[in-house]
Design a protein around this ligand. Structure first.
Ligand code: SF4
Length: 403
């Protein structure tokens, strides 16, 4: 069995048929996972200034850029193994650089609260075995983590939930649109206005306290009654909810306090974003937005968004991420004006503007390692096929040696 690096569910029941050193077929993986395991359609090649090069020269050039930079930044690592992430953190330390990742503009704050034990949480196995009330809030798992409902939450039988979704489980969706997940939740879809999550939580808190809520009282009282009856409930927090409440996590803490049988789980997309958060947290006490200035300093101005907005960095190394595909156009302008070093197995939008590109093996397919699942469980990634490409961990080590 192999593990799929297609999303932070890290399904470890994947069968892969290999023929002549190539992946011919996968079993059990969803379409997203199968595509990921089959690898890049467009493989990245080593280059310097957009001209073909070799890996050794590209590493030397990248080391020169980082050494000469006044304010270098390292970004990404959400699609890198834990081993590569640790090397990336060491490299940032050695350079006195800023380091940040995609969690900076999605689930970072929630994961930080979980690591500080501000919320009760649980494992995905607990969900499968015990959960009777599942709340997908601002999260369309069917599209983003396609096997979430079938492997762990709604459909499977569990130790205490032998009758599965037919009788033993209730799935609820709270979202601004009727997503594919909401369609499965059928009679338990609660539509909210964009950015209306705070108002919804306040009304729900009223309903849970026995007061008549000012907002949609009938629906709120009905929802509160279901939640109160739960023996083991889980709120799967998607970026729809975290974007909407922004920094105001106290309101989510208040809701969790009112629901003693509920657990909070972040719906992480990239397969090892949580691994990066945990590795940086272990080293510095923070999950992202850190600058090493002798000691680790955490500040919002060290987020990728702020550094680009303020034009405060003059070189950027990107590994296991494609910020160009997700950042607003106004920020990309500065990104295109500084030397970017891109370490990735595939051609990406970021690699297309990079001053130096260095190809690496596809982790979880051409190299093994470890990663952290969305619930915090460490999972082994296996090497499925041989490859001549160096791993991202190896490249970061060689880069550090070349400094
Ligand atoms: S749900 Fe995620 S980890 Fe599982 S097979 Fe699909 S992409 Fe891979």
């Amino acid at each position: 069995m192999s593990t799929c690096p297609g999303c932070a569910l890290l399904c470890d029941d994947i069968e892969v048929v290999v023929e002549n050193g190539r992946i011919k077929e996968t079993k059990n993986a969803c379409r997203r996972g199968a595509a990921r395991i089959k690898g890049c359609t467009n493989r990245l090649a080593p280059s310097i200034a957009q001209k073909p090069s070799d890996i050794e020269s590209a590493i030397k050039k990248a080391a020169g850029i980082l050494k000469d930079a006044r304010a270098p930044m390292l970004f990404g690592f959400s699609n890198s193994t834990c081993e590569a992430q640790v090397k990336g953190i060491q490299l940032a330390k050695k350079l006195g650089a800023i380091i940040d990742d995609t969690s900076s503009f999605c689930q970072g704050l929630l994961i930080e609260k979980i690591l500080h034990e501000k919320f009760r949480t649980c494992t995905l196995e607990d969900v499968r075995n015990k959960a009777d009330v599942l709340v997908y809030w601002g999260s369309d798992a069917q599209d983003s983590q396609p096997r979430h409902l079938s492997r762990f939450s709604y459909f499977p039988r569990g130790e205490s939930r032998q009758r599965g979704y037919e009788e033993d489980r209730v799935a609820i969706a709270i979202d601004v649109r009727e997503s594919n997940t909401a369609k499965i939740c059928k009679g338990h879809f609660y539509r909210i206005q964009p950015k209306g999550d705070r108002e919804f939580i306040l009304a729900l808190l009223d309903a849970l306290s026995g007061k008549v809520p000012a907002y949609e009282p009938k629906k709120m009282l009905e929802l509160a009654a279901i939640l109160k009856k739960a023996e083991f409930g889980v709120i799967f927090v998607g970026i729809g909810l975290t974007y909407s409440i922004k920094e105001d996590f106290d309101i989510l803490v208040s809701l969790a306090d009112k629901l003693p049988n509920f657990h909070i789980m972040p719906m992480v997309g990239h397969y090892n974003m949580r691994g990066f958060n945990e590795n940086l947290f272990n080293e510095t006490g923070f999950v992202n937005r850190v600058r090493f200035e002798g000691k680790a300093v955490h500040d919002d101005k060290y987020s990728i968004v702020e550094t680009l907005r303020e034009k405060s960095i003059d070189a950027l190394l990107v590994a296991g991420s494609d910020p160009l595909s997700s950042l607003p156009r106004s920020l990309i302008r500065h990104l295109a004006s500084i030397p970017v070093i891109c370490i990735d197995p595939c051609v990406t939008m970021t690699s297309k503007i990079a001053a130096v590109t260095i190809p690496c093996a596809v982790s979880g397919v051409e190299s093994g390692g470890t990663a952290v699942r969305m619930d915090g469980k460490k999972i082994e990634l296996s090497k499925i096929i041989e490859s001549d490409y160096p791993t991202d961990e190896e490249l970061l080590t060689r880069l550090m040696e070349a400094l």
